[in-house]
Ligand binder design. Sequence first.
Ligand SMILES: [Zn+2]
Length: 627
Amino acid sequence: MKCGETTGATNEALPASEAVRSARRAPSKVGWLANTHSTDPLEYAGAAPHASSCRRNWRSGGWPPPARNLPVVLDVIRLPVITCEFACSAWRRSTIVTTLMLAPFAGGHSQTLATNDPIIQQIWAIGTDSSPLPRLSAQLFDSIGPRLTGTTSLRGGQDWLVATYRAFGIPARNERYGTWRGWRRGYSHIDLVAPRVRSLEGTMLAYSPGTGRRDLTATTIILPRFADSTAFVKWLPSARGKFVLVSAPQPTCRPHDDWAKNATVAALAGMERLRDSVQREWGGAGGAGGANVRGTGYSLARGTGELGLRLEQGGAAGIITSSPSGGWGTYQVNETYNRRAPAIVLSCEDYGLVFRLTENKQHPAVRLNLDARLMGERPVFNTVAELKGAETPDEFVVFSAHFDSWDGASGATDNGTATLMVLEAMRILKRVLPHPRRTILAGHWSGEENHEVGSRAFAEDHPEILQGLQALFNQDNGTGRTEDIEAQGLPNSAEHLKGWLATLPPELNAQVQFDGEPGLPKTGGSDDFAFSCHGLPTFRLGARVWDYWEYTWHSNRDTPDKIVFEDLESNAKLAAMLAYLASEDPAMITRERVDLAAEAARRGSAAVPTSWPVCETAPRSTLPRLK
Ligand SMILES: [Zn+2]
């Protein structure tokens, strides 16, 4: 008998509880980690990933393990499929832990359960006992890192994804859909060199030109307020050869909740007034939201936008931005379309320092040494994995989770955790449902951060999947456990979802909020929209938020230490169960849409769209977002 994904690298006996704990920690003994020393981003991509082996514990008691350790396994052994993985790991875990986790499924109590479905029981058991999530996390976030569309890092990640699926015995492929601007991020060294020396906290924006690995030192200038765009053009020569500070200086870098908790009523009110006036003055949150920043007539959309290009054209040496997320030490790392003048983002605190020195006429000088390469248009891909349907292969249940990320950190919660959730759900399903009734697809899109490009292209390229779509489950809001699911405007989706949720184990059923209503169609924001805009059954697996917006979303702090593995493991099991239920459901979800006019009248709300949202065509090469 061969346990799935074993390394054979370690065989020492560990106490059962220690084995479980060690699987939770960063794996330190398995072979793949040696590959992380490689300088070639693709080297580990072809290497089969390895679990900490369930075989390591066999030696302590031989195989099969003594019956006294298997009260629950003996009960579950009547299930149609028993994998080595399940059996090994049940043996590995202590009797107490196993009994706690599987007690709801013990035969003696099964009549009291909301489910006694054997497949759901196995999904729960395999997802609980043999989770490779910490190991996959280390591979994806520590070795591969962020996955900005157009970068070699994304390509390396996609090859790793395909190799990982294949190691699980699941066919997978990278599917080309167009090109996007290629870019390589190297180092960012940013220093204040006058009037005093200090290394500054910051980094290049995505897709920024570098400085050719040479020092570029310049003084700074604040973008003033202009009466109109003519005044801006007249001012432009004074920015020549300078770094232009284009973002609002925040009056405080303390998070709002710190003020709310500690300030006097008067001080809090004063700070809120000040913040509001700064935002108004600079044209939006962080100075990046306005279409007419400081009266220039140009926007800093998603980084530096058209204003960055205009400043570059006018001879500016570079652009300095600030986009704090609202939490301590956290800022978003957005993008630029500049091709010569580099654009950087500084932390809230260091941007404030440089801004005040400039404002106080202390003539600060900043030195940049940036390594980056603009690589022109490069092919871009989605990664797709598939469990072929045995009865109706032309009907599809689709997992949807974008694989690309911004690259200020590791893209762990946006959207690495949903990526791992899908990967793990597919691994479990391959074990318990290798021949589903309908085809189960995993769609790992790229280009989501560039306006859902990959998923839109996939929907356009696969009318047969749109035609046969039974259900699509999308996740894209962080690491937390799934707590709400909506029917997104299809009454029959609501009916089916109600039935599926009722079949779940009580723990998961109680966790997921669903009001039973058809709900409203989404108008964008994530990849499910590429399908729901066609009026198809899609569901967002809404995650508990865990300070996502203030700390990890698009930020310099989106790192794997933020992952909540208990929630991630729960999400993978839930996703596998939902896909199983959708796949085996005797009936297809029908396509009637909610009556939007009736909903608007009933809700009396302007939030109800007046018509069904319209699909947008996917760009097949870089489409700049300058406004
Ligand atoms: Zn996302």
